[in-house]
Design a protein around this ligand. Sequence first.
Ligand code: HEC
Ligand code: HEC
Ligand code: HEC
Ligand code: HEC
Ligand code: HEC
Ligand code: HEC
Length: 302
Amino acid sequence: MRKGKVLLLLLGVLVMTALLVAGCGGQNAEEPEQDQQQAAQEQQQNDEQAQQEAKEEQGAEKEQPEEAKQEEQASGGEAQGEKEEITYVSSDEKAEGCVSCHIKVSEEKDYTLTAEMAAMNKEFNHPQLEVEGPQDCLTCHQDGDNSLDKVLHKAHLTGEENHFVSNYDGSCVHCHTLTADNEMVVKGLAQDVELQVIKSSSKDFGKENCNSCHRKVSEEKDYTLTAELKAMKEEFNHPAMEVKNGEDCLTCHKPDGDNPLDKAVHKVHLTGEDNHFVSNYGGSCRNCHAVAETGEMTTKLK
Ligand code: HEC
Ligand code: HEC
Ligand code: HEC
Ligand code: HEC
Ligand code: HEC
Ligand code: HEC
């Protein structure tokens, strides 16, 4: 029954993609790689289907008591229920970031960054320049409302009918990934670093903040941050104390200190084999981050 529905949905998406491609007549300068995209989507859907099946098999195992062990996190009924629909994007799918998508497909379909600059020049008089990669943007897009993160988050993640959202799942890991040292970077901007492959969906199971997941389900299943600190004390002598929310971690894990909070939490949630944040919560950045229509990115700490 459910499988039937999923297939129907996939079929719908395929048909819509086909219509979209046909309707565009290949003239839309804002859709890098539309042709390849269709193939990629079909591929993705096949993967998704395979994943779906794997998940369903896993689903049976989930019932077994051994799964209720300590490190398994609080998972509300909703999270478990939606689990079957998780689609992952891998950070090595667009290994080079910007320039994996912004390529010249044909004379009419030039999506290179230089062509995007020319299109924006026509549209709103953006400086016209030859650019090779995102490092060339930083000379002008330093900070404030025109900072590179804001303009790019806005261009790719917001607005109605955004093709990055519809065709590429709005995935953060098309641009971002972790270095071997668990530093979150932008592919192409970070030079000479070894990158990890991470997989991530675009779901949001962390509606409020860390406490959406880190709560006390029962006496035996206490996943509050306070309980996590206690568990980490036993594990590797992490300081234990009462905390209200993620903001309380910043007193020690200062943004510009040796052990910033982003590194610590990215590591525990996004890396390692058999990570339950990845398997049960889609490894999704949106569980902790939210983007506003202005392109402003926030972290749901309190
Ligand atoms: C996974 C593919 C993908 C990646 C990776 C990607 N983009 Fe894009 N980009 C798109 C799509 C799709 C659009 C069109 C969005 C829309 O519908 O408006 C776009 C739009 C743009 C635009 C046009 C904005 C406008 O207002 O016209 C610029 C500039 C741009 N991208 C730069 C970048 C840079 C710089 C990077 C890397 C940091 C990057 N892109 C990474 C797919 C990608
Ligand atoms: C020579 C300076 C300069 C360089 C280099 C530059 N930009 Fe810009 N960009 C601007 C200015 C100035 C604006 C604001 C234009 C406006 O709002 O009228 C802008 C605006 C934008 C916007 C639209 C922001 C919005 O509010 O919608 C995007 C997207 C953008 N730039 C992307 C890029 C990317 C990607 C690169 C590098 C590949 C780049 N720019 C390189 C000066 C530059
Ligand atoms: C099109 C490429 C692109 C996509 C997609 C993208 N980012 Fe970014 N992001 C950037 C760039 C470029 C920067 C600026 C990096 C720099 O200046 O060093 C950035 C910076 C950031 C920052 C730090 C600055 C800030 O605003 O606090 C956060 C947090 C962030 N991104 C989160 C995300 C999340 C979460 C997603 C998905 C919901 C996402 N990004 C999707 C390109 C992207
Ligand atoms: C969507 C659910 C979800 C959200 C939101 C979430 N977490 Fe987690 N967290 C998990 C899961 C699941 C794990 C277990 C990962 C694993 O399998 O190791 C975890 C693990 C941890 C651990 C690791 C404990 C250890 O023993 O290694 C800490 C600490 C932690 N989270 C803190 C946070 C903080 C701080 C925030 C908010 C910034 C947050 N979490 C947001 C689900 C979540
Ligand atoms: C009183 C100071 C203090 C507070 C508050 C604190 N931490 Fe830590 N944390 C540390 C220190 C010190 C380490 C390094 C421990 C070590 O590696 O020996 C650490 C390490 C960690 C690590 C392991 C990082 C790694 O590289 O493996 C995680 C995860 C972590 N903290 C998460 C948190 C979270 C989440 C909070 C808030 C709920 C928090 N910490 C609050 C001091 C603190
Ligand atoms: C469990 C919660 C959590 C998840 C999941 C998470 N982040 Fe973060 N992220 C944080 C926290 C906490 C910070 C540090 C606080 C801040 O900067 O607001 C941070 C900071 C960042 C920064 C800024 C780092 C810097 O050095 O300036 C980027 C970029 C970023 N995250 C991107 C991502 C991307 C991309 C994903 C998904 C692949 C992701 N995050 C997933 C909690 C999370």
